[in-house]
Design a protein around this ligand. Sequence first.
Ligand code: PLP
Length: 374
Amino acid sequence: MIPVSKPSIGAEELKAIEPVFKSGWLGMGSVVKEFEDAIAAFIGGEPLSYVVAVNTGTTAMHIALSALGVDAGDEVIIPSLTFVATAQIVTATGANPVFCEIEEDTLNIDVKDLERCITEKTKAIIPVHYRGIPCNMNAILQLARDNNITVIEDAAHALGSSYYGKKIGSFGDITCFSFDPIKTITCGEGGAVITRGKKIYESIVRKRILGIDKDTWSRYKNERSWSYDVIEQGYRYHMSNINAAIGLVQIKKFEQMNKRKIDIAKRYDEEFAHIEGLSLLRTEYEDLGLFTYIIKVKEKRDELMVYLKEKGIGSGIHYIPVHHFTYYKNFMRNPLPITDKVYEQILTLPLYPDMTDEETNLVIKEMRSFFGKS
Ligand SMILES: *Cc1c(COP(=O)(O)O)cnc(C)c1O
């Protein structure tokens, strides 16, 4: 079976974990600091951003909302077409998610609808850089400035992507990355919060480890301080040295892994552009950290999925809109016709760095064959 995605991991990552084992310092320590520095250098920008490594992309976003003081009764605008994590972290704070429409051709947040969603209660906007394609950040940040709202980018898909020459995470208010097993790089599990403000950075650092005031600075040297104070609500969201060691290898492999994925995606585009029943999403491959390959199937999408499965090819739907879930129906305000329509058509095809030419050819062949092309 050809999977939809697969992490590209091997001997190098295994070797990187060994010294962590030997050191006996498995939890958060100096390797986490090294990983944070590597991410800061990778993202670049002047001055370098503050990077706080955490245990998942979900907790990265939760900690960001918490540091902003988002609370019960507040509103946070998110697209409904996203991984449910984006919504769960909003409801975790007691705030209400307000679902915003997307652009049909990029699957990114629609700025016109975003404007309509803003109220007195809006505290934050969480745009999702779908597939790694940057949202219209100039317009979103401007709208946020005008309304005194903070933008938290859900950049779980977008490590390595640039927007007008600037890497995602090197500008804007707060950016959150995920390093879970299927993301562009993995730590096993992991995430990061990127900020530029010192005050909010310090709060995020404390909240990562139970609101403790100085533990982080000792831990970065593989030490623990026995005496400490707790000065705010915190969580236990830190990254471990084991996960950081994996991430340090992965970040070095990023360019090579991403290039392979882009080459495959471009081949898919060339082939699928000629198939009547398919419609390509708008994708600018330059300066893109590509996450997944998604295509629109005009009709019979579900039959196609079954057909591919019979032929040993995995496919998926990213994502079921959040407002379709039982728990989130209560939060629905306006209908979302574009999101509902797009959801009927999207299909995610296999794409991962170690995908072979034979595997790619088989996907193309079976897609053609389903649509009556040989
Ligand atoms: C993966 C993902 C997350 C959550 O990241 P985890 O590391 O899995 O917790 C959030 N948002 C989007 C869009 C994602 O794809």
